[in-house]
Design a protein around this ligand. Sequence first.
Ligand SMILES: Cc1ncc(COP(=O)(O)O)c(C=O)c1O
Length: 329
Amino acid sequence: MKFYENVLGLIGNTPLVNPNQYAHPANPLAHYRTTGPEIWEQTDGRVTHFVSGLGTGGTISGTGRFLKETNPNVRIIGADPYGSVFKTYKETGRTGEASPYLVEGIGQEIIPDNVHMKYVDEIINVTDRESFELARQLGRREGIFCGGSTGTNLAAALRVARGLDETGVVVFIVCDTGEHYLTKFHSDEWLKEKRLLEPQRLTAGLIAGTKGGQAPKSLVHLTPQTRVADALAKMDEMGLEHIPVIEEGKSIGSLRENRVLAKVLGNRDLLESPVSEVMGASFPVLDVDVSAADVTRQLQKSPAVLVEEYGRITGIITRHDMLDAPVGN
Ligand SMILES: Cc1ncc(COP(=O)(O)O)c(C=O)c1O
């Protein structure tokens, strides 16, 4: 293909170019000329397996071609999200139906021209959960701050490596920087929302801060001076069965609707009293960093727990909130 086939027209004298990375041969050619030789040189020709995701197909097709031409025994492995069509296409020649996944940059619903399956020996499917978990681990354990498709590649590379002896040299692609994903899979809140957070990373602060998939709201509470009648009206209006009593950021008690109503029925004058006269014990207070398993244990004894950060109460977790959290014990 000549360069000018990618020129769509002119704006004045300026050509309007569609580089079309999905079909332009310069894409795999760049990897044939650079990525492939670089891997060969840096492994002193010892590379036995190359693992890459497929988006446009440029990386795997160009690098795969170079490595196979240099040593036909090198195995080229595609890493593909579940839901993408590449694995089915490689194995059956048909694309089948794609379904959604969250990893970005790899996987397709159709086969781009730059995907040359003759250079690909095998395709391994990887879940979003494993891709994100491994991408995060690569940052924590190796200091490589990467994107989600790198996690997909790493998952496939680890699967390949498990079956090899010490002569095996597996190379996988680190596709991009994690900076693009700070508010996505590198964020615990985002992962929790997508129900993909590793259970051991779920903390009291995270549960309280992302209840019902919403941004943190200010904590609904009473002060000890609130009139009991006003407190009951507020609870009724907000549909709350229990509410904390907070003074200067500290929890000093709680109001439980049933208990207060029972007291008020016996003595109507209490409606005019301050909450401090009828309140019960405070809900247990847990630090923001306490694990979800500890929150669950406390909620077996108390209908709610309060979350404290830097010495101030910042949130509440009820039993109902916990049903939404992906927790192991
Ligand atoms: C983040 C990311 N990972 C992987 C790929 C896949 O590489 P290729 O398009 O060469 O198949 C891309 C492609 O743009 C990407 O953006």
